[in-house]
Structure formats: structure tokens, C-alpha cells
Design a protein around this ligand. Sequence first.
Ligand SMILES: CCCCCCCCCCCCCCCCCCCCCC(=O)SCCNC(=O)CCNC(=O)[C@H](O)C(C)(C)COP(=O)(O)OP(=O)(O)OC[C@H]1O[C@@H](n2cnc3c(N)ncnc32)[C@H](O)[C@@H]1OP(=O)(O)O
Ligand SMILES: Cc1cc2nc3c(=O)[nH]c(=O)nc-3n(C[C@H](O)[C@H](O)[C@H](O)COP(=O)(O)OP(=O)(O)OC[C@H]3O[C@@H](n4cnc5c(N)ncnc54)[C@H](O)[C@@H]3O)c2cc1C
Length: 672
Amino acid sequence: MSQLEKMEVNPDLAMERAKCNFNIMELTHILDGGEENTVRRKKIEDIALNSGASKDAFPEEHMSPKEKYENAVRKSCIFADLVKNDFAHLTGLETFGINSNVIRRTADAFFKEVSPFLLHMGMFVPTIMGQCTSDQMSYWLPRAMAMQIIGTYAQTELGHGTFIRGLETTATYDPETEEFVLHSPTLSSYKWWAGGLGNTANYCIVVAQLYTKGECHGTHPFIVQIRDEDTHMPLPGITVGEIGPKMGFNTADNGFLGFDHYRIPRDHMMMKNAQVLKDGTYVKVARHGKLTYGTMVFVRVMLVSEAAFNLAKACTIAVRYSAIRRQSKPKPDEGEPQILDYATQQHKLFITIATAHALQLSSSWLWRSFSAVLTEMKEGNTDKLPEFHALSSCLKAVSTSDAAYLIEQCRHACGGHGYMISSGIPHLYNFVSATRTYEGDYTVLLLQTARFLVKAYEQAEAKQPLTPTVSYLKLAFTRKEPWDSSPAGIVRSFQALAAGKVSTCVKNMRKRMRSGLSEVEAWETSTIQLVSAAEAHCRAVISDAYKSETERLTANSSPNVKIVMEQLSTLYLYYWALERIGDLLLYTSISEKDIVELQTAYEELLQKIRPNAVGIVEAFDLRDELLHSTLGSYDGRAYERLMDEALRSPMNKEPINQSYYKYLRPMMKANL
Ligand SMILES: CCCCCCCCCCCCCCCCCCCCCC(=O)SCCNC(=O)CCNC(=O)[C@H](O)C(C)(C)COP(=O)(O)OP(=O)(O)OC[C@H]1O[C@@H](n2cnc3c(N)ncnc32)[C@H](O)[C@@H]1OP(=O)(O)O
Ligand SMILES: Cc1cc2nc3c(=O)[nH]c(=O)nc-3n(C[C@H](O)[C@H](O)[C@H](O)COP(=O)(O)OP(=O)(O)OC[C@H]3O[C@@H](n4cnc5c(N)ncnc54)[C@H](O)[C@@H]3O)c2cc1C
């Protein structure tokens, strides 16, 4: 047993736990969505983590890229076995853990970066479920679920990621052989980025321009075998490889893929939404043109809970560390305070906790809306899809962007030690900053939402009915919103602010069109404001969802848990009101006096939250195995852990490195 395992809990952390005044487990149950969920999650974590299978004998950060990848494949196979044999009955999901936060969460103990199977689980399987006919599904799904084949999702190309309609890979139907011929006509048409594509996957979903009878019908998904099922050799006509080192995701073997007139059977086109008949006739089945984008919408919804989860990890690390770290001596007669006592530190950290709650609760709310939209779509009704696309786009954009920013803030809050890989924060940042880009870049997705907002504004102007998430846009046509500092009042002000911004955009675009610009040009020159309006809309949606979910979830909770949750949701509102003072001055009646009072109320709230801060982050119930952090472990023994990690470095295995004899010694001797 290592020295560390015998250590007692750091006394500062023990003191924090002793002064927590609410029932931590009760809050955990709320965040897990109910006590049974907590019990089931803990069972799964016990099975997976107590086995020791998640641990590395040698620290991953000291492995070569190839070793890291091989180690990740090894552990992915162990994890996949656990999921199949041990968790399936506990999760109650026949879908091999898709949509299961528990599986996702447990996987993090196994992978400091990501599993090369992430795209198999996260996109290959969901695309089979969303884009195949039932016949196709009954062939592909069992094989994918049983991990007899491993797949990925290859959409992005070297030349295009955002602009899907601009993809260049072609799938041309040949009625003679009843096959599609896949081809990469240019270097820029090579598929690029797909996770697991480099070395792991033997199948992938390829998104290509469909040509039949000489006509292009736009992009469609196809299931394509790329490697031999036995030897794993790339098949003739396929060029496949790994794209090289990245900022993060280094165990994901993101790959490239090119086709040289590569043939696949006709029924490997995923035919739920559109079909090509044997004679080459193209038949559109879906009632909405964008249903082939369905997997992206699904993953965008997933990414909101990803943002919340990773933020929860970062703030657990940073708050625990801030409780054990002492620095400076503001009062000469007293000892050095815990850095958590500094108001500026609380300002950095408590918004991070509140945002983790806000995103987690907004994400549950979004999942419920998604389920309702899916149910209606199964009955052939796609009316709610545009609103849902607008909503999932902005929530994905804002949640991942906020999470990346706040994780970086957690690193700042941990000073120099936060820069150590062993703190756990750099991995979190590298992972989350990618989520701001993939599955639709931040700006691009906010502009999708803006498009919906502008249309909704025009409906409001014409006094037509509005869908629920934009019904507030009618505020744009009333008098300035009176400032009211209650939580409900602040949410209303955020709505008035968003409505005002959308209105300003529309007026500017109209003015620009009157001065001679085309509609496209007027839109393009207004995009900075449109992005800002979409962000404001999203902030209003999150604030509203966070506030109402908090009220709903605490309706029967014990008084102190209710107080803690309300303090955090109010903090979120105060924080963003103070961040958006300029906008509030424009679109509400807020006065200088109101602003001074708001700042004071915010600072008082930080002090009220302070005594429970450690308890609040511990309600996320993140085991040390999931945190991978020297700074944030349960025992708070950060210094011992930092030293322990330093001593494990291969750089310390020999007292003198050979470079001394090869370079340093000759240089120094020559300089004598
Ligand atoms: C066993 C061990 C395992 C262990 C592991 C255990 C794990 C456990 C499992 C867990 C999993 C973990 C999490 C998952 C992680 C996954 C990782 C993912 C990695 C990354 C993957 C990727 O990164 S994969 C590529 C994504 N790449 C994009 O994301 C491109 C964005 N680019 C666009 O998405 C389009 O290009 C863009 C801009 C819309 C324009 O599309 P466009 O040009 O066709 O359309 P237009 O702009 O012209 O718009 C025309 C009209 O279509 C409307 N519309 C557009 N889209 C619509 C839509 N979706 N639904 C409805 N309506 C839509 C629009 O609103 C307009 O409506 P209207 O006309 O009424 O105004
Ligand atoms: C870690 C990681 C994993 C990935 N995994 C996969 C995968 O498994 N499968 C897959 O298919 N893809 C994958 N991708 C690709 C990813 O989906 C794309 O990189 C992403 O959609 C962004 O597209 P892009 O790279 O073309 O960026 P670009 O569109 O080139 O963006 C560059 C800049 O241009 C701006 N821009 C672009 N268009 C517009 C516009 N219309 N208006 C205003 N600004 C614009 C953007 O805002 C951005 O600032 C992955 C990417 C990463 C980083």
C-alpha cells in the first residue's frame, strides 16, 4: 500500500465537511434525478472501479502516443465487457448505454482522455438507430451492440466541416451492379477527424453526395466497411490513417479516409429518410429535409450534459484545493487564510458550481423536450423540429463555451499547480474546448438559432402565435421592461434583453436592405449582433429553466437543501446580470442605484455560500478515480500527491540523465 493510502484527511477539508449545514446526499439524489438513480449509479461505479481495472500501472502521461492509444484500446475492451456483462441489467438500457450518463461517467475512470470507442457508442450506434429502416436496423444494430464490428462517423472532410452541403465525397449509384461507388475526387474531399477511424474502426458511416440517374440529391449517410473483418487490413480502394497529435483526444485515433471508386451494396445506404430503388429511382421518405442531420442534433443534446459533468469535475477539484491551500497574510496577527476565503476566489469558483447545476438541470429539461419531439416525429409530425434545432444549437454552443471558459478559470484558481497535468484540469480543458468546435462550431450554431429568432420575431410582429421558448419575443413590442431584482424579475429582464437584441438586428438588417444591400448581405453584415442576440436568448432560456427546475426539484426537499439550491440559482442570475449591465441599461429600466445594490447582493451571496462550498461540490459525488487529480482528491493531500506523482516520473528514475554525458558535460568542459 502506498504511503498516501494510509494518510488521514487534510484537517482543513475535515473542518469544511464538519461545518456543512445541509444533507449532501439529498442534493446528490436531486442531481442524479432521484434516489434510485444514485443507488444504481453507485452499484455500477463499485463494479467498475473496485475491480482496479481502470488503473494504469504506469502513468499515462509518460507513455508515447502509440502506447497511450494501445492502452486505451486495452481498457476499452475491458470496459465494453463490463458494460455488456455487468451493467446492462443495472442500467436497464438495451441500447448498450447510449443516453446513459452513468456509463459515460464511469468510463472517465478508465480514460483520462477518451476511448477510441467513443464514436462507436456516441455516433455510430445512434445513427444506425436514427437513419436505418427497421430491416437495416435489425441487421446492423445487434452486430454493433455486441461489438462484433466497430464503427465511427465520418462526415467532416479536409475542406469542409461546417458546410455539410459543400462536402465533396460522392456516392454514385450503378444500377447495373446495384452498388454505390464511393469516390474522393480531390484532396480536400478526404474524410478527416472521425474518432476511432485511424486504427480502430472496421466500419464507418460516411456522409456523401448522392448521385443517381445523373442527378445530385445532396448528402446522405452510408454504412461502409473499411477494413477486413478478420485481418483488419484496409480494403482495396480505401486509404485510411491517423491524423496526428492534437491538443486533446490523443487516445481517440482520429483519422483520415479516402475512396478510390470503392463499391458498396445498394442497401448500405441508410434508407429511413430517403431511398434509391434498384433501378436508381430516388425516393424521399422523410417529411422534413433535415432529418438526416438527426445524429448531430442528438449529440448536441448530449453535449450539454457533457459540459455540466466536466464542469462539476473541475469545480470539485478547484474548491477542494482552495480549501486546503493557504496563501498570504492579510491580517498580520492571524495565520494565512484558506484561499477559498478570498472574495475574488469565490467569484471565480461559485459561478462555476452554479453553472454546473444550471447546465445539468437545463440538460435534463432539454432531454425531456427531445423525447417529446422524438415521440411526435415517430407519428410523422415534425412541426417542433425547427424550434428544437434552434434550442439544441444554442444550448450546445453556450454550454460548451461557458464550460471551457470556467474550467480555465478553475485552473487559474489553482495557481501554478493547476497547470500540472496531474491536477486533472488540463485534460478537462482540452476535452471541453473541443466540444465548443465539434458537432457544430459555436458561431455557426448560434447563427442557426438567430435564423429561427428572426423568423419568430417577424411572427410576433404580425401578431401570429409563437412557440413556447420564444413567446417572450412579444416583449420587444412593449415598453422598456421595469427592472425587478427578484429571480423571476431578472429572468424577465434577460428575456426583454434578448427580445430587444433580436429587434435591433431585424431593424438594422431592414435598414441595410433599404440602403441597397441584398438580404444575404444584410444578414452577413449583421452577424456579430445576431450571434449576440442568440447568446442572449440562450442565456434567458437557461436562466428560466434553471430557476423553474430548481423550484420544481426543491418543492419537497429539506429547507437547507432548498436554500443552497436557491442561493446558487440566484447567484447565476446576479452574475449574468452584472456581466450584462450594458445591455440591461439599454433594454430595461435598471438604474445606477439598482446596479450598486445588485453588486452588493452578489457579494453577500458569495459569503452565504462559502461555508457550504465543499459540501456543495461533494454532492456531485465524484470518486477520486473519476477526478484523476492530485489537487482535488477526497483526502485533500495535494502536496503529498504532487510529490508522489513527481517521483513516478521516468525523468527521476536515474540520478544522472545520459544527456549529461552526451551534451551538457562536453559543453561545460569546453567552456572551462
Ligand atoms: C465501450 C467503451 C466506450 C467508452 C465511452 C463511453 C461513452 C458512452 C456514450 C456516450 C456519448 C458521449 C457524448 C457524445 C460524444 C460524441 C463525440 C463526438 C465527436 C465529434 C463528432 C463530430 O463533430 S461529427 C460532425 C459534426 N458536424 C457538424 O455539426 C457540422 C455543422 N453543420 C451543420 O449542422 C449544418 O451544415 C448547418 C450549419 C446546420 C447548416 O446546414 P444547411 O446548410 O444544410 O442548412 P441551412 O443553414 O441552409 O438551413 C436550412 C434550413 O434547415 C434548418 N436546419 C439546419 N439544420 C437542421 C437540423 N439539424 N434540424 C432541423 N433543421 C435544421 C435551418 O434552420 C434552416 O431552416 P429555415 O430555412 O426554416 O430557416
Ligand atoms: C476533437 C475533434 C473530434 C472530431 N470528431 C469528428 C468526427 O468524429 N466525425 C466528424 O465527421 N467530424 C469530427 N470533427 C470535426 C468537427 O465536426 C468540425 O471540425 C466542426 O464541425 C467545425 O467545422 P470546421 O472544422 O470545418 O470549421 P470551420 O467551419 O472551417 O471553422 C473555422 C472558423 O470559421 C467560422 N465559420 C465557418 N463558417 C461560418 C459561417 N457560415 N459564418 C460565420 N463563421 C463561420 C467558424 O466560426 C470558425 O471560427 C471533430 C473535430 C474535433 C476538433
